[in-house]
Write a protein that binds this ligand. Structure first.
Ligand SMILES: NC(=O)c1ccc[n+]([C@@H]2O[C@H](COP(=O)([O-])OP(=O)(O)OC[C@H]3O[C@@H](n4cnc5c(N)ncnc54)[C@H](O)[C@@H]3O)[C@@H](O)[C@H]2O)c1
Length: 382
């Protein structure tokens, strides 16, 4: 066949194969503080996404943020709050990167105006707020995903896989052992008016998600909770300026009964006098799993896990090797999976229906600690 005929044919095939240009996913960032950077950095590298709007309550902060992280400011509209942004933009999705206290209002406003939401952890401050977000999501038909990037970690996925494999038999007891010796954050994390909850919401939510996700998020029924703040407000352990304004928990514990007869023994700390309260352990009728804690307790696995089983009458143990990084890193995967789910009409990567239970446990610990007794966890229908 003559070359020109062949090349014409190749050309036709190429043209037929050329994908229709993908409409860019119009994205907004609400709250341009510390964690927004992680969202911005990965969004910048997504060819099918354009960041078109940024909002922050502090005048000029969003503009400075755009400058710092190398955005072309002429292509971005800046707003003094989430409301003006949502009212004036046609957005496909937003990252809500505000402090905990404004998570619910930003999320609900976006959903009510037809915008998909990727919300930073913890879900909210109270169960009532989380319920309101879930209802807004249901009514809107849009998608709400909660920003637990450890879910993208292969080691975390391994925990779930091991539990689901049935090798542990029936899981009946979980002890969550994460917590820091010294690691009190500052900024907006340490005040009621911005954070609402301290270590409990900041790192406690990750610890709960690690194990609850593995066992399929059974409904929490009752909780006995405790919380304290012996370090954050003490200038001996925190710098005096931060100690003076510190008014959230820096330590919390809880004993939680879940549907299906499973109990979770929980502990978390920004500060204490012990290097670590220990590893996380999952006990089952046929085996057990030990998950080493990390020093900073940010929801990751601190080292190779150990799987315990009796085989042929011998008590044996197997080391589960640590698995490597995911392409682009955990934050990339967290934002990418959100965008893909919105585009493809798939369920949220980290569904609000699960994290509602996580939030109900956190809120239950607060309420039980304040009441000084065990309480029932009540979660209304969505
Ligand atoms: N996933 C993670 O690894 C991770 C890490 C750190 C923080 N976080 C979470 O991210 C959230 C923010 O933390 P941060 O350290 O970035 O806080 P930050 O205080 O640095 O930033 C929050 C920003 O939100 C702005 N804001 C508040 N309400 C607003 C509203 N209604 N409209 C527009 N802007 C508003 C504030 O002015 C502030 O600039 C917290 O909930 C925190 O728990 C997640």
């Amino acid at each position: 066949m003559p070359d020109e005929v062949l090349s014409q044919f190749t050309q036709t095939v190429r043209e037929e194969k050329k994908a229709a240009p993908v409409k860019k996913f119009r994205y907004g960032i609400i709250g341009t503080g510390w964690i927004a950077e992680a969202h911005a950095q990965v969004l910048k590298n997504m060819e099918d996404v354009e960041v078109v709007a940024m909002a922050d309550l502090i005048p000029g902060k969003a503009e400075r943020f755009a400058d710092t992280w190398g955005f072309d400011k002429s292509k971005i509209n800046f707003y003094p709050s989430h409301k003006e942004m949502i009212d004036n933009e046609q957005l496909d999705g937003v990252s809500v990167c505000t402090y905990n206290r404004t998570h619910a209002e930003c999320t609900i406003y976006a959903l009510e105006h037809g915008v998909n939401v990727l919300l930073e952890k913890p879900f909210t401050v109270t169960t009532e707020e989380a319920v309101a977000c879930c209802r807004a999501e249901k009514k809107s038909g849009k998608l709400l995903s909660i920003g637990f990037q450890p879910r993208m970690d292969r080691n975390m996925q391994e925990i779930k896989r091991i539990v689901e494999s049935g090798e542990l038999g029936q899981v009946y007891y979980i002890r969550i052992g994460g917590g820091r010796r010294r690691g009190i954050p500052n900024s907006t994390f340490i005040e009621q008016k911005t954070a609402g909850i301290g270590a409990l919401g900041d790192i406690g939510c990750y610890a709960l998600d690690m194990v609850l996700n593995a066992i399929g998020y059974p409904k929490p029924l009752t909780v006995t909770g405790y919380k304290s703040a012996f370090f954050g407000a003490n200038p001996k352990y925190n710098n005096p300026a931060d100690a003076a304004r510190f008014n959230v928990d820096d330590f919390a514990a809880g004993f939680v009964r879940l549907e299906g007869g499973i109990v979770v023994d929980f502990i978390t700390a920004w500060a204490s006098h012990i290097d670590t309260p220990g590893d996380t352990i999952i006990l089952g009728t046929e085996g057990a799993l030990r998950i080493p804690s990390t020093e900073c307790w940010n929801g990751s696995v601190g080292g190779p896990m150990t799987l315990y089983k009796d085989i042929a009458g011998f008590s044996t143990q197997v080391t589960v090797p640590l698995r490597g990084d995911v392409p682009g890193g955990l934050f990339f995967q967290k934002v990418r999976s959100f965008v893909d789910a919105c585009r493809e009409g798939r369920p949220a990567p980290v569904p609000s229906s699960q994290i509602l239970y996580n939030q109900a446990i956190i809120d239950g610990i607060v309420k039980s600690a304040e009441a000084g007794k065990e309480i029932e966890i009540e979660i209304p229908e969505i």
